[in-house]
Design a protein. Structure first.
Length: 293
């Protein structure tokens, strides 16, 4: 059992599994979720469920957040009964949400003025990586704060890279989501072309896996595209939110992201049709529809 007391706010598909891994690593853990009753997994590993983010912060030296969007992070941090109201000077916040880099820098400044450290640490690897503790984590913050965060991050991920100052982790995650948008679309188009051509699409995916077209998405999501079934791994609505962040960054720095812009339009259409809670591989649903499948 480590001496560091950890709090965790956000028991969604990713957060509950990540929190459970923190508990398994021997940290004393307190958790909170906006909707009660979602913390069964970490509680089964010894965590205690508390009534508010402020209560979690009061019971912890390090507080991890994993919620959906920038306004959610701001509300959990600074709203009524928020984390900031329960933090002692010298505490540390680790934000594993995917949010705006500019907002991240603002939050870090606000907490820093109260003597609280802040590390942005968005993750990649899907629900599988969250469950296995093998997430890729992109980290922004001061060297001192990141060093303090590392034992907790190592309980959740296997590839952890300090990218630079506050906001750098979130900016790197935006790049990650940009690349994923193209790969998801490419795999979707490839599987549809294989099926429309009369090929065994599963055999095609296996044949390509060891070559230049190989990818995590080909290995782990092509089957869903072939079956046209998209059980939740990472919600397409959340990826759309992430692409909006990336496209805003692109406007700020003058970068052209034509594939991401197209992907965001396709995803927006799928969300409007009621598919926002499906896995991001549901991009194939649109390609199949256009192909008469």
């Amino acid at each position: 059992m480590t001496d560091t007391r950890v709090g965790f706010c956000g028991m969604g598909t990713m957060g509950a599994a990540m929190a459970a891994n923190v508990a398994r690593a021997g940290f004393e853990l307190a958790v909170w979720n906006r909707t009660p009753g979602r913390a069964g997994l970490p509680v089964s590993e010894g965590a205690s469920e508390l009534a508010s983010p402020a209560a979690v912060a009061g019971a912890a030296e390090v507080v991890v957040l994993c919620v959906s969007d920038t306004p959610d992070v701001e509300a959990v941090l600074f709203g009524d009964e928020g984390v900031a109201g329960g933090l002692a000077e010298g505490s540390l916040v680790i934000d594993c949400s995917t949010i705006s880099p500019a907002a991240t820098r603002e939050f870090a400044e606000r907490l820093g003025a109260a003597g609280v450290g802040y590390v942005d640490a968005p993750v990649s690897g899907g629900s599988e990586g969250a469950q296995k503790g093998t997430l890729t984590i992109m980290v922004g913050g001061s060297d001192q704060d990141v060093a303090r965060a590392m034992p907790v991050l190592e309980a959740m991920g296997s590839s952890i890279t300090h990218m630079g100052p506050s906001g750098a982790g979130q900016a790197t995650k935006a790049v990650n989501q940009v690349i994923l948008s193209g790969v998801y679309l490419g795999v979707a188009e490839g599987m549809v072309l294989a099926m429309k051509s009369g090929l065994d699409a599963e055999k095609v995916a296996g044949a390509l896996a060891g070559g230049a077209a190989g990818s995590w998405i080909l290995d782990n999501r092509s089957g869903r595209m072939i079956d046209n079934e998209y059980p939740l791994g990472f919600r397409i609505a959340l990826h759309l939110k992430d692409l909006h962040i990336a496209l805003e960054m692109a406007r700020e720095v003058g970068a052209a992201l034509p594939v991401s812009a197209m992907a965001s339009q396709i995803e927006a259409g799928l969300v409007a049709r009621g598919y926002g809670d499906e896995d991001n591989s549901a991009l194939a649903r649109a390609v199949r529809d256009w192909s008469g499948m």
